[in-house]
Design a protein around this ligand. Sequence first.
Ligand SMILES: Cc1cc2nc3c(=O)[nH]c(=O)nc-3n(C[C@H](O)[C@H](O)[C@H](O)COP(=O)(O)O)c2cc1C
Length: 166
Amino acid sequence: MNNNVLNNLSYGVYIVSCKINDKYTGCTVNSIMQITSSPVTIALSVNKENYTHSCLEEVKHFAVSILSEKSNPLAIGTFGFRSGKDINKFDIIPYELIDGLPIIKDACGYLICNLINKTETATHTIFLAEVINGDIIDNNTPMTYSYYHNVIKGKTPKLAPTFIND
Ligand SMILES: Cc1cc2nc3c(=O)[nH]c(=O)nc-3n(C[C@H](O)[C@H](O)[C@H](O)COP(=O)(O)O)c2cc1C
């Protein structure tokens, strides 16, 4: 099989965030898609080794910041290549609180979600969540995963579901 064909699948770039033990944490994800519209449901794939995984399992409530082409790529790197086990990422990246959850300041939109179900794979949990609130922040073009790779020249870390093991 030519694994490079998987690069032709399309995604966006998001920061998933939650509040745990009175602290905010989260990570970069590309693997979000809308599953149903009534109620609005999304799916999200999170590696079991990510700190965010255990946090989502515990608090069952999270936000999604939708990044745009104008969002500072520093957020993608800080949330995507470092762990909330070691640092407080929200000390580095500006945010505002919406419904008590941190949203990246220069995101173009956000979703507020409640976990409703999950399915296990060997490495990742597929979380299903109902979207209970959300809004557009600005009209900048949402960042695609291909923009992240081709324009920002961003890399894919080992724990992302799209990592290709050559
Ligand atoms: C562009 C990009 C996309 C990513 N997508 C995912 C994803 O969909 N699921 C996932 O579990 N990790 C994904 N990651 C990797 C996590 O963001 C990374 O392992 C992070 O350091 C985990 O932080 P944590 O330990 O604080 O949860 C992605 C990283 C980047 C840079």
